[in-house]
Design a protein around this ligand. Structure first.
Ligand code: UDP
Length: 387
């Protein structure tokens, strides 16, 4: 029997994993399109020609998961170097450990608290702001940590990162950042953490390297071509798939200025600048992401955040109430249409980390029967798109 020909729009992690699963199953020919000339989407990495440092071209990515199956999966395609993410915040009151943990609390307030004392102390700080009706970022953050920590660690950074008042953002964003009453200062607290020794692009090349997978890099996918394929998996922005006819979904984008210097510029991977007056959000020193390498020179990227214009790459889905209303129109449209399914960060308009993308693509593949006509429209159940 002729294999079914499946187009994948976007050659990032979500499509690469899904294509690999279908390719291994047999009976499918998978064609991966990407308008960019490389694999990996926003996870792409490349060595900087001048310094030799591995750079995450579209911003730092640290792989972390507590799901053993996901960890085993990515380890099939690359060796991971040991890396645990530790971030510091440069605040108006000095440099502190982030996420807020017992070290941060004791140093920031000049105290010597035990975990239990710190928990009670922070609960008191948040008490005046707890109404039981906290919804937006500011309300939730204030109720969790109180005014002083909020002003020094969250308000300015969030305003810069998202370009709006924190009171206009969903409370869920703050939930990405843990609040800890121990000295544990790793950002993610996942069981498995690391960075591929040779970067993410070779890992994704490994995933996409299969006789039934064909790569069309540097080639955009014109929507009119869908009819040439038995099915299309779309990991680009869902609104772009429909020509934006129900309005645009909003995203933040990031851009960087780079400096190449001798030696060590900041002594660590990432310093967040939390003050509103500082125009950038963070400084990234890439060589510290590969502690198994030594480099005489260094590359520092200063990150700025702004609204996504027509020429910019979308990064962070904003998911304002208006966006979610717009999203409902596109989801409704997708539901009515056969032959196309959406996945990944942009395809499902959600704030996904790499491990979630791998997990979702593996689970999605497991839900796909042999007949493309029966394939679901989204990689996850629809209600997850709105939660
Ligand atoms: N955040 C903050 N101060 C910080 C770091 C993060 O207020 O120093 C807030 C900010 O709103 C950010 C959110 O917490 O968008 C989630 O942070 P995370 O580090 O997960 O962001 P990402 O990894 O996506 O850049």
């Amino acid at each position: 029997m002729e294999p079914k020909t499946i187009a994948f729009v976007g050659a990032g992690l979500s499509c690469a994993v899904l294509a690999r699963e279908l390719a291994e199953r047999g009976g499918f020919r998978c064609v991966l399109f990407d308008r960019r000339p490389h694999l990996g989407g926003n996870c792409h990495t490349a060595r900087d020609a001048e310094t030799g440092v591995m750079v995450h071209t579209y911003g730092p990515h640290i792989f972390h998961t507590s799901n053993r199956a996901v960890w085993d999966y990515v380890n099939r395609f690359t060796e991971f170097g040991p890396f645990v993410n530790r971030v510091r915040a440069v605040t108006p009151r000095g440099i502190f450990s982030l996420p807020v943990n017992l070290m941060t609390l004791n140093q920031f307030f000049g105290k010597n608290m035990t975990p239990r004392q710190a928990e009670a102390f922070v609960r008191e700080l948040g008490a005046p702001f707890r109404t039981g009706r906290e919804r937006n970022f500011e309300e939730v953050a204030l109720s969790l940590v109180g005014e002083e920590l909020y002003r020094n660690f969250f308000h300015g950074y969030t305003k810069k990162q998202w370009g709006c008042e924190p009171s206009e953002l969903p409370g869920a964003i703050i939930k990405r950042l843990p609040l800890r009453f121990t000295y544990r200062d790793d950002y993610y607290q996942d069981v498995y953490q690391g960075i591929p020794v040779h970067g993410y692009t070779p890992m994704i090349e490994g995933i996409a390297s299969h006789p039934a997978i064909e790569l069309r890099l540097g080639e955009g996918f014109a929507r009119e071509r869908a009819g040439e394929f038995d099915h299309v998996f779309w990991s680009g922005p869902i609104d772009a798939c429909y020509g934006g006819r129900h309005g645009k979904l909003s995203y933040r984008t990031v851009h960087w200025t780079e400096e190449r210097l001798d030696g060590d510029a900041q002594g660590t991977v990432c310093l967040n600048y939390t003050a509103e007056e500082v125009p950038f959000t963070r400084k990234i020193e890439y060589k510290h992401y590969t502690p198994w390498e030594t480099h005489e020179r260094t590359l520092v990227a200063t990150e700025f955040s702004k609204a996504t214009g027509p020429e910019d790459d979308p990064y962070y889905p904003i998911r304002s109430e208006r966006d979610m209303a717009v999203l409902r129109h596109y989801v409704g449209e997708a539901r009515e249409e056969k032959g196309i399914s959406f996945l990944g960060r942009l395809g499902t308009y959600r704030y996904l980390d790499m491990h979630m993308v791998v997990e979702e693509s593996l689970a999605f593949a497991a839900r796909l029967g042999t007949e493309p006509a029966d394939w679901p429209r989204f990689s996850v159940p629809e209600e997850k798109l709105f939660s």
